[in-house]
Write a protein that binds this ligand. Structure first.
Ligand code: DG2
Length: 250
């Protein structure tokens, strides 16, 4: 019974994670802390003997650079890579560029958590002329306008992510390749929801820490051998998950 090996990696701390701003599709870079987290993620892969054969990333710099730094430190910088907008972070709509703490103070706990963690309530759409809009970004020029998001809830992310999962990632797993997916807090929540069959309500309580590889071993039906997978540094993951949960609340 050979198990497929899938590694999920949220990017290291970004500039806007540090500043406490909603990011979504805005293409911010890593902080120095984020770079160090990424390199450490690669060392955790080496120590666990989990060496990726292929990489899938979003089209966003923080995930692309995290993967490169992690793979560099694991001596796997040379593996093939595919990238897709379908692994991008959830588009945060009109919240993109807004301060999380200020949004919580202005709209209150219930609305704040509805926007951050409800399965099917998207924030208001982002106007095309907003400074944080991506409508004119050349990397999305090939996307038909009607599927280019102006806001997304997690349900929207599940729906646009799953075709890439089945068409691009699953074939790599079925070919026996250890597969690294470098993406984002909410695009990885969407994938974990699918893998573990988490309900629409329960997914609200799941948070993904930055920079710590999460290993899933999957059976032939792509079901996790261990529900929830296994963080390669479980103690650091537990602390970092609390920090994500409490964002905007310092
Ligand atoms: C964060 C997630 O995305 O924020 O868009 O602000 O993973 O790309 O840093 P990431 C953002 P929360 O949904 O956890 O507030």
């Amino acid at each position: 019974d050979t198990a497929y090996k899938l590694v999920l990696l949220r990017h290291g701390e970004s500039d806007w994670n540090r500043k406490g701003l909603f990011t979504g599709w805005v293409d911010v870079d890593l902080t120095e802390t984020g770079e160090a987290e990424a390199a450490r993620g690669g060392r955790l892969l080496t120590d666990a003997g989990v060496l990726p054969d292929v990489l899938h990333t979003s089209l966003q710099r923080r995930a692309i650079r995290t993967a490169q730094l992690a793979l560099d430190s694991a001596e796997r910088h040379w593996i093939p890579v595919r990238r897709s907008w379908r692994l991008n972070e959830r588009h945060y709509g009109a919240l993109q560029g807004k301060d999380k703490a200020a949004t919580l103070a202005e709209f209150g706990e219930e609305q704040f958590m509805l926007w951050r963690r409800s399965y099917d309530t998207p924030p208001p759409p982002l106007a095309d002329n907003d400074e944080f809009s991506q409508v004119n970004d050349p990397r999305y020029a090939g996307l038909p306008d009607e599927i280019r998001p102006r806001t997304e809830c997690l349900k929207d992310v599940v729906e646009r992510m799953l075709p890439y999962w089945y068409d691009a990632i699953v074939p790599d797993l079925e070919a026996g390749r250890t597969t690294l997916v470098a993406a984002h807090g909410n695009s990885l929540r969407a994938l974990v929801k699918h893998l573990d069959g988490i309900s629409d309500d329960d997914i609200a309580g799941l948070n993904i820490p930055t920079g710590i590889p999460l290993l899933y071993e999957l059976d032939a039906n792509l079901r996790p051998l261990t529900p929830g997978g296994r963080y390669l540094d479980p103690e650091a993951a537990a602390a970092a998950i609390e920090a994500v949960k409490n964002q905007g609340r310092k």
